[in-house]
Design a protein around this ligand. Structure first.
Ligand SMILES: Cc1cc2nc3c(=O)[nH]c(=O)nc-3n(C[C@H](O)[C@H](O)[C@H](O)COP(=O)(O)OP(=O)(O)OC[C@H]3O[C@@H](n4cnc5c(N)ncnc54)[C@H](O)[C@@H]3O)c2cc1C
Length: 381
């Protein structure tokens, strides 16, 4: 028996569930969400909750800027506390080239409504007194950048979607995809076959695997990113601090723990969720270098997940050029949580046939062949 449905969403992370929630709010309930493990297994349950509008490309800047007010409303919409806190991102430069780039980007961001300003070492020290400022010559600061706790967001979305009667099927992997002409016609799982009108590829770091099942490719590769958490400390750090020399970022969460992360240097052949001692040693050294008082502090835990990284660090959105009913919602390159409100809105509108008010050519899978890409240069982590 083949089961029919209007929309089949692959992946129950913040983006898959986010699209389901938006469609349900618009009255579309004939939706199935397939999840190979459980809703927080992917990046959505493993990320650092960083939300920033300090981007260098218009493609990322617009998605992030438009998402921030949506995040502000989200807790009351979903009825759950998300610990959303706008305490800013302070990005620190140690050389003139980086600082002059920051000046250029701050002008660009202000021109697009984002209140970033360049700070000298003194202002940086007053924003983050725990940081050893001796290697730095200044930085950029945006007070509207924020932190959110991902778990209540994903749990809240799942509850909402299920209240609408939408079936979120955990432990149900997609194992095969059949196409006819320029459409996906059937999707296989070990529990049966589905025939959807639309398929949304929201499988995070596994999105390329899903595309391969449909005999097409997408620009996204898994890159491991690992997170390190200290024991709880007295309040010592208000903004998220980013050391632009290394890409290390650190913030203090509501419990007082410092949360910090770094990416591997090389892409992975396969998605992994295992963390490494090499990372623990590397990040401990870099953190103590940045905040010397952390020397005697204990590490509490560490974990890993994979970014689904595109060559330009810009997400893949919209229909696949070879399969008109196969919508991409991936390639998030380590920032797919923060831009989720806007990218899920765009995807839902595409399914509803409503105008999206965005230049989709910048996010199209074939942007590299067509020369419509707008690459990101403000990559951290
Ligand atoms: C350690 C780490 C730190 C990060 N920090 C940040 C941050 O600070 N800010 C930020 O914005 N972003 C961050 N990110 C990125 C962010 O977490 C992701 O971009 C975002 O969560 C992606 O959500 P998603 O719903 O698209 O995919 P995911 O949450 O990855 O969900 C995809 C789901 O698809 C499922 N799936 C895979 N294959 C199949 C299949 N065959 N069939 C069915 N289901 C399948 C998976 O099990 C998974 O649950 C971080 C990521 C990591 C790993």
């Amino acid at each position: 028996m083949t089961e029919r449905c209007h929309v089949l969403i692959i992946g129950a992370g913040v983006n898959g569930l986010g699209v389901a929630n938006r469609l349900a709010n618009a009255g579309v309930h004939d939706i199935v969400v397939l999840e190979k493990k459980y809703p927080m297994y992917g990046g959505s349950g493993r990320n650092g909750g960083g939300v920033r509008a300090q981007w260098a490309s218009l493609s990322n800047l617009e998605l992030a800027r438009d998402s921030i007010p949506m995040w502000k409303r989200f807790a009351s919409e979903i009825g759950l506390h998300t610990w959303f806190r706008q305490s800013g991102y302070l990005m620190l430069a140690s050389d003139e080239d980086t600082l002059s780039e920051m000046k250029k980007r701050a002008r660009f961001q202000r021109a697009h409504g984002i209140p970033t300003h360049v700070v000298g070492v003194q202002e940086a020290a007053s924003l983050a007194p725990a940081v050893d400022m001796s290697p730095f010559i200044g930085g950029s600061y945006c007070p509207e950048d924020a932190i959110i706790f991902p778990w209540p967001v994903v749990n809240g979305l799942r509850e909402r979607v299920e209240e609408h009667g939408i079936d979120v099927r955990s432990r149900t992997p997609v194992t095969g995809i059949e196409t006819e002409g320029d459409r996906i016609v059937r999707v296989k799982t070990p529990k049966g076959m589905l025939a959807p009108e639309w398929v949304v590829n929201a499988a995070g770091a596994w999105s390329s695997e899903i595309a391969r099942m449909a005999n097409v490719s997408i620009p996204a590769t898994p890159i491991r990113h690992q997170i390190f958490v200290t024991e709880a400390l007295k309040p010592m750090l208000d903004p998220m601090v980013v050391d632009m020399r290394t890409g290390l970022y650190v913030n203090q969460d509501g419990r007082g723990e410092l949360v910090s992360g770094l990416s591997d240097r090389e892409p992975m052949k396969k998605v992994t969720t295992s963390s490494s001692f090499e990372f623990l040693a590397r990040i401990s050294r870099q953190l103590v270098d940045l905040i010397p008082t952390l020397g005697p502090v204990h590490a509490m835990r560490q974990w890993a997940g994979c970014y689904d990284t595109s060559p330009d660090h810009v997400p893949n959105l919209g229909p696949h050029p070879e399969l008109s009913n196969f919508l991409q919602l991936n390639g998030f390159s380590g920032h797919g949580f923060m831009i989720s409100p806007r990218v899920t809105e765009i995807t839902a509108k595409l399914i509803l046939g409503e105008p999206v008010r965005v230049d989709l050519s910048r996010y199209a899978v074939d942007r590299f062949e067509k020369g419509t890409q707008d690459p990101e240069r403000m990559v951290i982590g």
